[in-house]
Write a protein that binds this ligand. Structure first.
Ligand SMILES: O=C(O)CCC(=O)C(=O)O
Ligand SMILES: [Fe+2]
Length: 246
């Protein structure tokens, strides 16, 4: 096992440095609000081996995700390591999702419809079905059947912006089961907080001008954190806030 990525420990130098978001339609954040600017990594005391296990898992996820980014770069006609610089001080993370059985699974969702905001997601799911993706052609929700020993890879909003819509992030949601609990472990590959996410020069020109304004990833993260996790009355910052209407 290699060195643990400091992004998972959120040392002070890796915490987002914030300033006020001013563009129209984007929620304004207070740069002095410590609840937004200071992030803590709360490892539970039990089970005691959890931290080490997940740090090792994260190390391997990171390697896999960067390899996938190489393949994506090549598919766009770019050098394989084109994206690597963005992840030097990455803010990637893992979520552990537990969906308990629900007596009325038609009335609730395990996870509401959304797109993953980062570059890409490497998702491990157990054998209980639940994940659905929205097919673009007809808007139908399609079950992603669990396959043993297989990961699901979601393209996120950041790739969509970098490649100026050549790839699009996928909308998805999670249904509950009436009698079975379900577990999933997504690894979210996120760039460094100081990254200005914007369409790559190499992929834009006069015929294909940039469709997005630059978005500072640290600010994006901070507002997302405030609206998602703290349930405050703040509109969630979305990639469409940065779309240029040309
Ligand atoms: O549980 C799943 O299969 C997906 C979860 C998910 O979409 C997420 O955590 O962002
Ligand atoms: Fe997701």
């Amino acid at each position: 096992m290699g060195e643990i990525d400091p992004a998972f420990v959120q040392a002070p130098e890796h915490r987002p440095k914030l300033s006020v978001i001013e563009a129209e339609g984007i929620p304004v954040i207070d740069p002095d609000d410590k609840e937004i600017t200071e992030w803590y990594n709360q490892w539970p005391e039990f089970p005691p081996e959890m931290r080490e296990t997940f740090q090792e898992y994260a190390y391997h996820m990171e390697k896999l995700a960067l390899k996938l980014m190489e393949l994506i770069a090549m598919s766009l006609g770019l050098p394989p390591k084109q994206f690597h610089g963005f992840f030097k001080d990455q803010t990637s993370w893992i979520r552990l999702n537990y969906y308990p059985p629900c007596p009325n699974p038609d009335l609730v969702l395990g996870c509401g419809r959304h797109k993953d905001s980062g570059a890409l997601t490497v998702l491990a799911q157990d054998e209980v079905p639940g994940l659905e993706v929205r097919r673009k052609s007809d808007g139908e929700w399609v079950l992603v059947k669990p396959l043993p020993d297989a990961y699901i890879i979601n393209v996120g909003d950041v790739i969509q912006v970098w490649c100026n819509d050549a790839y699009e992030s996928v909308e998805h949601r999670v249904m509950l089961s009436a009698d079975k609990a379900r577990l999933s472990y997504p690894f979210f590959l996120f760039p460094a907080h100081y990254t200005n996410v914007q369409p790559l020069e190499e992929l834009t020109d006069e015929q294909n001008p940039p469709k997005y304004r630059p978005c500072n990833w640290g600010k994006f993260l901070a507002t997302g954190k405030r609206s998602n996790f703290m349930k405050l009355d703040v509109e969630n910052i979305q990639i469409h806030h940065f779309r240029i209407n040309n």
